[in-house]
Design a protein around this ligand. Sequence first.
Ligand code: PMP
Length: 418
Amino acid sequence: PSRFESITMAPPDPILGVSEAFKADTNELKLNLGVGAYRTEELQPYVLNVVKRLEALASFSSLLLISFIHFLNRMASFQAENLMLERGDNKEYLPIEGLAAFNKATAELLFGAGHPVIKEQKYVATIQGLSGTGSLRLAAALIERYFAGAKVLISAPTWGNHKNIFNDAKVPWSEYRYYDPKTIGLDFEGMIADIKEAPEGSFILLHGCAHNPTGIDPTPEQWVKIADVIQEKNHIPFFDVAYQGFASGSLDEDASSVRLFAERGMEFFVAQSYSKNLGLYAERIGAINVVCSSADAATRVKSQLKRIARPMYSNPPVHGARIVANVVGDATMFGEWKAEMEMMAGRIKTVRQKLGKDWSFILKQIGMFSFTGLNKAQSDNMTNKWHVYMTKDGRISLAGLSMAKCEYLADAIIDSYH
Ligand code: PMP
């Protein structure tokens, strides 16, 4: 007998397990709307051109698709910016806190380059983490270590991994009301009441934009009220920003919730991810930012974040961090990135509009996901009968849907609602 007899089989992950089931399905009609990953209209994974160019992998044919002048420009910069290989970037370890140029760029993207938090530099502790997930996990470890007994409030529902992250970090959490099934919209009164009722000094986890899984965001006026109650109760906001620029197509617009809190001089956490907006999923690039009210506090917080990271994974990956730093640091490439982000956000919006003709609530949602209101049995019908793979909470990823497949999906949803 094995020494591992007592180790029982773990259940499949509710999100990533969907992709495994999808792979095993041989039906031609199958559609994967489970995982949140951007697909082209041909339902293929997409590597951003600006990323390919940086990696000096841009194909000749894709360059030919653009106008001739643009083409010449691109060839010139293609050579000049054959950065990552030609500059002889090495593979030595990064410092524990990650690539300095990345950390500077990521904080500037979040708060805006002119923001006092940035200008006075030392008021924010930023360290590179292992994408959004790893950055959330670092913050959770900091909370566990220095805010013993404090609770994190998460939205009901939320991205499934939030619960795992806080459980593994041994940070207690509870839920605040967010989604109202009656309106398939935001339960704003419930949300405010629950935040008010939480013990003073709780952490309030907020999705910066494009709430996952519902696609329902507070309005700008509602954000103001949320900030008010959080301040009243002396809570600590904790933003998860996984979709900056990917929701509206604008980096600034999608950061407006975070910037509102920064304007008020509050202390708070922000986890960032470059999985979706720059398509760096597997590179694991992100950051944790802790906005502090003094330079001194920021220095101490940063030192402790490093201390948490060191025995966990020592130091973060360099490749994707260089991509972000180079794209943001070059005006031309920054412009190209923004254009590609708009293109991706635009494709999702187009699909949303087509599908939303039948269901108006879909039009009110934003970002990669749509909450259909389908329950578990109905979601099972979507998969078993229609080969549409989705999470059992009724969430579909519109980023995995093409215009050509909209009608098929609508038929599947109508059939499953009954
Ligand atoms: N937070 C939310 C709300 C997400 O949707 C995701 C990605 N699905 C993440 C964090 C983290 O993703 P990653 O670790 O790839 O950055």
